[in-house]
Ligand binder design. Structure first.
Ligand SMILES: [Fe+2]
Ligand SMILES: [Fe+2]
Length: 176
């Protein structure tokens, strides 16, 4: 699947770019937005692991030393990402309890928490699939998880939570 420039194809949706986090990721809650910024920074670092993630189909053309270096970097980044994302999900889930949203709309919170579990297990599967000849395809998959899943998660689940905690009579309101 080559494009006009003979490349394998660009990373999907370009959700992570060299620039700042997109406005789609901003919720209006300062704690959640700061944590999303940290998540974005880790994904941005992942983008710079491969010399050309859009062009390389796999890692076989790179030297063994380079492959080992890329794999090491990806191992470190996925470890950081997993531990950071678990902390972030804990923050949001504690907001659900402290703001009493869990009492007001349990189903909404349960669906949100189920999506957290699904995102963490996708990242755990990536960790389990680590292989020095597949680093570039794992990087593309990470970009897909972020582009197709995390952005949708923020736009639906996180926004619903923030809408509740930033309402006018909320004691947890952060923005004002
Ligand atoms: Fe969330
Ligand atoms: Fe979030």
């Amino acid at each position: 699947m080559f494009n006009a420039r003979g490349e394998v194809g660009s990373l999907p949706l370009a959700a992570v770019t060299d620039g700042p986090m997109s406005v789609e990721m901003l919720t209006g809650n300062t704690t959640i937005d700061a944590e999303h910024e940290q998540l974005y920074a880790i994904l941005k670092a992942a983008r710079s692991v491969c010399l050309d993630a859009a062009r390389f189909e796999n890692c076989v053309a790179c030297s063994e030393a380079r492959r080992a270096g890329c794999e090491n970097q990806l191992v470190g980044l996925l470890g950081d990402l997993l531990s950071f994302i678990l902390e972030h999900f804990k923050t949001e889930e504690s907001f659900m309890r402290e703001s009493l949203l869990i009492m007001v709309d349990r189903l909404l919170c349960e669906t949100h928490m189920e999506d957290h579990a699904a995102i963490s297990s996708r990242i755990e599967r990536l960790v389990a699939a680590l292989d020095s000849t597949r680093t570039v395809s794992l990087l593309r998959e990470l970009d897909q998880i972020f582009g197709r899943w995390v952005i949708r998660h923020v736009a639906t689940h996180d926004m619903a939570l923030v809408h509740w905690i930033e309402r006018e009579d909320s004691a947890l309101r952060s923005g004002f």
